[in-house]
Design a protein around this ligand. Structure first.
Ligand SMILES: [Mg+2]
Length: 246
């Protein structure tokens, strides 16, 4: 059994920026010929597929073009990356990744971004993508909701300890619906006080000041019922790995 730390990206590994939505607007405009003017209410914690679908809907545009818009978003993200776009890593996250790895825990991603965009974002903020286990990372760009995303992650990681680190109440709700413990970090738009209203095992202002508390919370995870992975599950889920460690 392994421990997987599933990291949210925006607001958790990388600070949000005021211009974050520009690429979404550009993608929709390139595909439909119309630049959206009506904002999506409460977009934080939405998957990209969910957000772009909502943007098409509230602007009266053809929702059947969602796949084309997602494809265009990938193209524009690559171009932005090639122009040398720089992002800012959230304080303490890099040290937390190292501290988790030193304990034998696997750092991985659970994000509403697609995999290409996730990789570009990490590189732009100075992270090494190889510090993350991409085979056990979950990308929600085609998920209708974050719940869909967490349910898939929980099923794929049967038999392992899993924790989600995120910055929004939506991250917490999606973790709850899949039965995954949630840890909240207030480096996004929500304050620690707002995040304390979620199910989070621990809420920290940042991973600089809160790392010890977060490590203790993860160490305290106890899921004895998940220790055993039966042969049926091996047959149905060949990705499941079982550590030979005691
Ligand atoms: Mg986030």
């Amino acid at each position: 059994m392994s421990t997987f730390i599933l990291w949210d990206i925006d607001g958790t590994l990388i600070y949000n920026t005021p211009s974050a939505g520009v690429l979404y607007l550009d993608s929709i405009e390139h595909v439909t010929g119309v630049r959206p003017t009506v904002p999506v209410p409460d977009p934080h914690g939405m998957t990209e597929g969910q957000l772009l679908l909502a943007a098409l809907e509230v602007n009266g545009l053809d929702t059947a073009r969602l796949g084309d818009v997602l494809f265009e978003l990938d193209v524009l993200s690559r171009e932005q990356h090639e122009r040398g776009h720089v992002r800012e890593a959230c304080e303490g996250a890099d040290a937390a990744i190292a501290a988790f790895a030193a304990r034998g825990w696997s750092n991985a991603l659970l994000t509403g971004n697609g995999p290409n965009r996730a990789r570009y974002k990490l590189l732009a903020a100075g992270y090494d993508p190889e510090d993350f286990d991409w085979d056990h990372s979950y990308f929600g760009h085609e998920s209708p909701t974050r719940h869909h995303l967490t349910a898939g992650a929980r099923a794929a990681l049967t038999g392992h300890d899993v924790v989600i680190i995120g910055d929004t109440p939506n991250d917490g709700l999606a973790a709850d619906s899949a039965g995954i413990p949630f840890i909240a970090v207030a480096t996004g738009i929500y304050s620690a006080e707002q995040l304390r209203a979620t199910s989070a095992r621990v809420v920290v202002d940042s991973l600089t000041t809160g790392l010890d508390e977060v490590v203790a919370a993860i160490e305290a995870l106890a899921t004895p019922a998940a220790d055993y992975v039966g042969p049926e599950e091996f047959g149905e889920n060949p990705d499941v790995e079982v550590s030979s460690a005691p």
